[in-house]
Design a protein around this ligand. Structure first.
Ligand code: F6P
Length: 317
């Protein structure tokens, strides 16, 4: 059987190990794996090639994705999806594996439904916000990258009397910010899932600085759009020197952690099995309760468990 893999949306550490294990598991099963370069954009353009073990040698420790990714506006057009399906058919490819987020899953589902292809999605985004999975590939690596930055910021913050506001990624999700705040011992955390009260935070910080606090660290999700506001309120209302650090794309790069490499292996193994099952159309893999699961489209699962939410409430007020 001939199958293909592509990466879509924001890249993340863990994609390369997943690509490697997909190729190895496919070849071991007697299938013929292919790469689609540049996500759905490359699929529309026919940027597809057959691959072998040599193509994935030495990539397991590399961040990003060797097959590159894209955010494809064109794929929203049914005519472009028809071209993409024809490109797969011209290589006799009947199954497609997509690494990406919810948007990528939606694209895969449409493609499979309209053109009778088999598809399987692996949740892969540092935002950890894919429906039906409480863990996405790349999240552990991003958390470790953010954690290293926060430890370094603490060194300089502790050398002055200052407040540091550190903005993390997460387009609509506060998972990275909240878990990073908890695991780095931050004093404040703002995420979109928990209502926050800047008046209460400023009052708390004033009390604490007056009571002898020397420095403070706030972790703020980009989705709140509140980091600049928090910096100026701390500076102007408490009179404490305050600095803003936007971590940006540094969070997405770097070598995948052991956990992301292991999860990539489990996801890729399950994906190759799923693509071999001719009774399926599109379905999506998830990671729930430390196991790989499979579910139909829909079925939301919260990546923010109660224990984290409780701690988050205290950091947001
Ligand atoms: O991949 C997810 C993500 O990193 C979000 O956290 C962030 O908002 C967005 O992608 C950034 O997108 P881009 O890399 O296109 O600037």
């Amino acid at each position: 059987m001939k199958t293909a893999i592509l990466c879509s949306g924001g890249d993340c550490a863990g994609m390369n190990p997943a690509i490697k294990y997909y190729v190895e598991a496919s070849l071991a099963a007697g299938d013929t794996p292919h790469f689609v370069h540049r996500g759905f954009e490359g699929l529309i353009d026919g940027d597809i090639r057959k691959v072998s073990y040599a193509d994935v040698a030495g990539i397991v420790a590399r961040g990003g994705t060797i097959i590159r990714s894209a955010r494809s506006e064109r794929f929203k057009d049914p005519a472009a999806r028809a071209t993409a399906a024809a490109n797969l058919t011209s290589h006799e490819i009947t199954g497609l594996l997509v690494l990406g987020g919810d948007g990528s899953n939606r694209g895969l589902e449409l493609l499979c439904r309209e053109h009778q292809l088999r598809g399987i999605g692996i949740p892969a985004t540092i935002d950890n916000d894919v429906t039906g999975s409480d863990y996405c590939l790349g999240v552990d690596s991003a958390l470790n990258a953010i954690g290293r930055c926060l430890d370094q910021i603490r060194d300089t913050a502790a050398s002055f009397r200052r407040a540091f506001v550190v903005e993390t990624m997460g387009r609509e999700s506060g998972y990275l910010a909240l878990v990073s705040a908890i695991s780095s011992g931050a004093e404040i955390c703002l995420i979109p899932e928990i209502p926050f009260d800047l008046d209460a935070i400023v009052a708390r910080m004033r009390r604490e600085f007056e009571g002898g606090r020397e420095y403070a660290i706030a972790v703020v999700s980009e989705a709140t759009q509140a980091s600049a506001r928090l910096v100026s309120r701390l500076r102007e209302e408490i009179g404490i020197e305050s600095r803003l650090t936007i971590l940006g794309h540094i969070q997405r790069g770097g070598s995948p952690t052991a956990f992301d490499r292991r999860t990539a292996f489990e996801f890729a193994d399950a994906a190759v099995d799923a693509l071999r099952d001719i009774s399926r159309t599109a379905s999506f893999l998830g990671y729930q309760g430390a196991s790989i699961t499979e579910h139909p489209p829909g079925a939301p699962v919260s990546p923010l468990p109660e224990t984290l939410m409780e701690r988050g409430q205290r950091l947001a007020n």
